[in-house]
Design a protein around this ligand. Structure first.
Ligand SMILES: [Zn+2]
Length: 230
């Protein structure tokens, strides 16, 4: 019962398009996987849920959940776990996945020891009691790259249940960065963050903005909330 609850909350936590990649990251050994986000975004909760998921394996003694990485000592612990063939899971305070990666390397973790980073931000969720849809106007369509299409967006009209704000609850969105040799080389050669960010997107990193737009199209949040917070 306990395990099935854990698995439900894990799949509820991530967008469907991310689950397979997150599971692949959590099955890695000899690696560090980091969860990042600003303070108060719920990244520690995500770490713990993901840690339970990673331990749902036969070699679960190799999975180590470490406290936050915030200096050379904590970075050393994570790197040592990876070098001994384990999977080190930890949190790091940073605004996005690229920044978290750069910071981890600055603290002393070899870039090649880091398998990936799951960055998190919270958006306000539309109140399910007063949600209504409308047709996206041309200026919004231009901003989300869907010019000429008929697109429905959503907002809350305001009701007693949401104290007329149109929002109730929070929704996590993620930026998922899976590192590869090309990206490690760029980081080791001290390429600019701009160059690294572009290369990461070419390697398939889905940005907060892209993930947020997807959630807005699904009716979980407003497009304005996505534009404000990503
Ligand atoms: Zn409402």
């Amino acid at each position: 019962m306990h395990l099935s609850l854990t698995r439900i909350s894990f799949s509820d936590m991530f967008a469907a398009s991310h689950i397979e990649q997150v599971e692949a990251l959590l099955s890695r050994r000899g690696a560090v996987v980091l969860f990042s986000g600003p303070d108060g975004c719920g990244k520690t909760t995500t770490l713990l849920v993901a840690g339970c998921e990673a331990m749902y394996t036969e070699d679960n003694e190799k999975v180590m959940i470490l406290g936050s990485i915030s200096d050379a000592d904590s970075a050393y612990l994570a790197a040592e776990t990876a070098r001994r063939g384990g999977l080190a899971l930890s949190v790091i305070s940073a605004d996005d996945a690229i920044e978290a990666w750069r910071l981890a390397v600055e603290y002393g973790i070899e870039s090649s020891d880091i398998a990936g980073i799951i960055a998190q931000r919270l958006l306000k969720e539309i109140c399910s009691n007063c949600i209504t849809s409308y047709t996206a106007p041309p200026d919004i369509l231009a901003r989300i790259g869907m010019v000429g299409q008929n697109v429905a967006l959503y907002r809350g009209e305001g009701c007693p249940e949401c104290e007329n704000t149109g929002f109730r609850g929070r929704l996590a969105i993620h930026e998922l960065l899976i590192l590869n040799d090309k990206l490690h080389t760029l980081m080791c050669n001290s390429a600019s963050l701009e160059t690294i960010r572009n290369a990461a997107q070419q390697s398939g990193m889905r940005t907060f903005r892209q993930g947020g737009i997807q959630r807005a199209l699904e009716g979980h949040t407003t497009i304005e909330e996505v534009f404000n917070k990503t």
